[in-house]
Design a protein around this ligand. Sequence first.
Ligand SMILES: NC(=O)C1=CN([C@@H]2O[C@H](COP(=O)(O)OP(=O)(O)OC[C@H]3O[C@@H](n4cnc5c(N)ncnc54)[C@H](O)[C@@H]3O)[C@@H](O)[C@H]2O)C=CC1
Ligand SMILES: CC(C)CC(=O)C(=O)O
Ligand SMILES: [Mg+2]
Length: 370
Amino acid sequence: MKKRIAVLPGDGIGKEVAKGAIEVLQAVGERFGHQFYFQYGMIGGEAIDTLGTPLPDETIELCKQSDAVLLGAVGGPKWEKKPAHLRSEQGLLRIRKELGLYANVRPTSYYPSLADASPLRKEVIEGVEMVMVRELSGGIYFGKPSERIQKNGEDGVVDTLYYQRAEIERVVRLAFELAVERKGKVTSIDKANVLESSRMWREVAEVISKDYPDVELEHMLVDNAAMQMIKNPKQFDVVVTENMFGDILSDEASVLTGSLGMLPSASLSERGPYLYEPIHGSAPDIKGKGSANPIAMILSAAMMLRQSFGMNEEADAIEQAVNQVLDAGYRTKDIMTFGKKLVTTDEMVGEIKATLMDNEAIMYIMSAYA
Ligand SMILES: NC(=O)C1=CN([C@@H]2O[C@H](COP(=O)(O)OP(=O)(O)OC[C@H]3O[C@@H](n4cnc5c(N)ncnc54)[C@H](O)[C@@H]3O)[C@@H](O)[C@H]2O)C=CC1
Ligand SMILES: CC(C)CC(=O)C(=O)O
Ligand SMILES: [Mg+2]
């Protein structure tokens, strides 16, 4: 199969982990006989420095012309204090809007070999299999006005949380569709005891649930949810929530796997192309140190193969290789524990690639003897 993939490495460790994912995809292409064409686009701080905007038109065009988009991460202290139109994160928000990416699907799985990398007890996290569906192109990150204001002679500030009913409906429906294929439970997380937007969210969830009689719907307030996620994460199957709540809760959920560097994501739209990115940011604190964990990015590439290209076997092969490498004890610094083998970003990528290719050799030998 031939596929065009737009690659937006972005800033900081975004570049380091994107490079690793491309190498793994090249290995997959070699093993399974696919041709992946990678075309690079600028986004975030790098784009501001080079072209004066966090999202150049060429990047938008490139993404729209591609079969899928892979994104590293954007941001860094250099651009933090700039006016809004020159902040790196604006590039990310805008590409989500331009591509109509309304749902960000963030799976969180338990890795037996990483049980000791999580600060949580093994009994609490063992068997966790949850997927968070975060609304991605509306809510408080997009509402206008969002600005400093003067009111009654005082300095003030306003952000706006706005949703059209239809925006809530489509993301909640997607969560129910996922639940049908999974354990049949949707937890809708909101702040309905305070926010009117959450009361509409709850109403919509109730209406949509009528189309899915075999799926259990539960509502949970976000403050309680933050606590339940750590205390009893096994109760969750599919979680659906507003943009900012989902942003925060999914970083929290990463603790269940051992590290933020383990969680991939798929951002879905009505028409495609879809975008795949790790849930973490550009991690300026470890940039250039060779300690970034590339697994979240590599697993995002696996999600792309499965979701956008229907390449299930290929995605399974990546996930299997990642598991084998973790089982063999290879660890980047964020998941390092006593007695394991500490490796750099590039070495981790190298181990995953080598395992992918070794597995092919083993399958070839086995088929020869079958
Ligand atoms: N999708 C994106 O592009 C995102 C961008 N950001 C931006 O990234 C910048 C840094 O934000 P932070 O709040 O520090 O969040 P962050 O996610 O970049 O890092 C948080 C902590 O996790 C660690 N970490 C993150 N990814 C890791 C990995 N793959 N391997 C090992 N350790 C990892 C970092 O070293 C840091 O200690 C900011 O400019 C922020 O706006 C933040 C989140 C998402
Ligand atoms: C610009 C932010 C909304 C990025 C972020 O934290 C995320 O998407 O997880
Ligand atoms: Mg985030």
